[in-house]
Design a protein around this ligand. Structure first.
Ligand code: F6P
Length: 359
């Protein structure tokens, strides 16, 4: 038996722990493991495929990033290919990929990724490739699993940043707006904001009114609290508005969500007369060592993915249904993206403890 592992999309702390657990669990069964480097590109001649033995996965469980590297531009069904005139054309290279995997003697693939990579895995599986998925994202926006690894680390990083912002904001009587990742989901903002005792949390699932945000800040001012921490999810938007996007995208890449923090700081300063600063936490949320929770979840996912291959669960992904790891059809998980439920107890508790959602 020869299996291969790929890591696609944005990296997330815990990827190496999945790889390590999967490799060791496969070797324990007497199987051989290959690593597909740089997402699916390694099977399209862009990078390469490397053997994964005990040596390659030794001492990596606690490391962030992915030893296999990754990309969010390698969709084999819409692969950006440079044309003679310098422009890019999206070409379907999925047949070539499947053929290359067959030639390498790969019997099954573990695809570790978020909604984009899992959707590719699902399409490849429909074309006959034997694939098991592992859900990964710091955004926590994949359905079918209670949570994904990487999320807890990102929340911890954001919460620690909020802790640090408190002291400087209070010293200067300032409003500090911190923009966090999450694309169109507000989980990182909500969880880190509540855990870090932010005063305003703005998430895409609860569109805000900037006048209400300003009113919440002025109400605190009236109570003698002269500083505020506003945590805003990058995809948050005003009522009737849309998420802000920024930066040029490279061929084959979605436009990036973000830029809201800076805009909001200006609007709040205009309305309150208080000195505002903004910061973007950015890729710090994706870097560094995974928390104990993420390492454990990632390790369980890696072991379960190999078990799923042994059980022939093609087209399924491992998932956390506490307290157990189960498998669910990837297609089920892709039906609807996971979003914050505005009536969730975390939101209700945040409101009851005085946090404003600007609505
Ligand atoms: O999906 C994970 C994520 O980190 C999002 O939260 C963020 O919008 C995006 O990836 C950033 O992607 P990139 O790596 O292209 O900057």
């Amino acid at each position: 038996m020869r299996i291969a592992i790929s890591t696609g999309g944005g990296d997330a702390p815990g990827l190496n722990a999945v790889i390590r657990a999967a490799v060791l669990s496969a070797i324990d069964r007497g199987w051989h493991v290959l690593g597909i480097r740089k997402g699916w590109a390694g099977l399209l001649g862009d990078d390469d495929v490397v053997p994964l033995t005990r040596d390659e996965v030794r001492g990596i469980g606690h490391l962030g990033g992915t030893i296999l590297r990754t990309t969010n531009r390698g969709n084999p069904f819409a692969y950006p290919v440079k044309q003679d005139d310098g422009s890019f054309k999206e070409v379907d290279r999925s047949d070539e990929l499947i053929e290359n995997a067959r030639n390498l003697g790969i019997n099954a693939v573990i695809a570790i990724g978020g909604d984009g990579s899992l959707s590719i895995a699902h399409q490849l599986s429909q074309k006959g490739m034997r694939i098991v998925g592992v859900p990964k994202t710091i955004d926590n926006d994949v359905s079918g699993t209670i949570t994904t690894f990487g999320f807890d680390t990102a929340v911890t990083t954001a919460m620690e940043a909020i802790d640090k912002l408190h002291t400087t904001a209070e010293s200067h009587d300032r409003v500090i707006v911190m923009e966090v990742m999450g694309r169109h989901a507000g989980f990182i903002a909500l969880h880190s904001g509540l855990a870090g005792s932010a005063h305003v949390i703005l998430i895409p699932e609860i569109p805000y009114d900037v006048d209400k945000v300003a009113a919440a800040i002025m109400a605190r001012e009236a109570r003698g609290r002269h500083f505020d921490i506003v945590v805003v999810a990058e995809g948050a938007h005003a009522k009737g508005g849309e998420s802000s996007t920024m930066g040029a995208s490279l061929p084959g890449q979605d436009r990036r969500v973000g830029g809201i923090g800076q805009r909001l700081a200006v609007q709040i300063q205009d309305r309150t007369g208080k000195e505002c600063r903004s910061m973007v936490l950015g890729h710090l949320q994706r870097g560094g060592m995974p928390t104990g929770y993420d390492r454990l979840l990632a390790t369980r996912f890696g072991g379960a993915a190999v078990q799923a291959i042994e059980d022939g669960k093609w087209g399924e992904m491992v998932a956390l249904h506490s307290p157990h790891i189960v498998t669910v059809p990837i297609v089920e998980a892709l039906k609807e993206p996971r979003r914050v439920d505005p009536n969730h107890d975390i939101v209700r508790t945040a409101r009851r403890t005085g946090i404003s959602f600007g609505d």
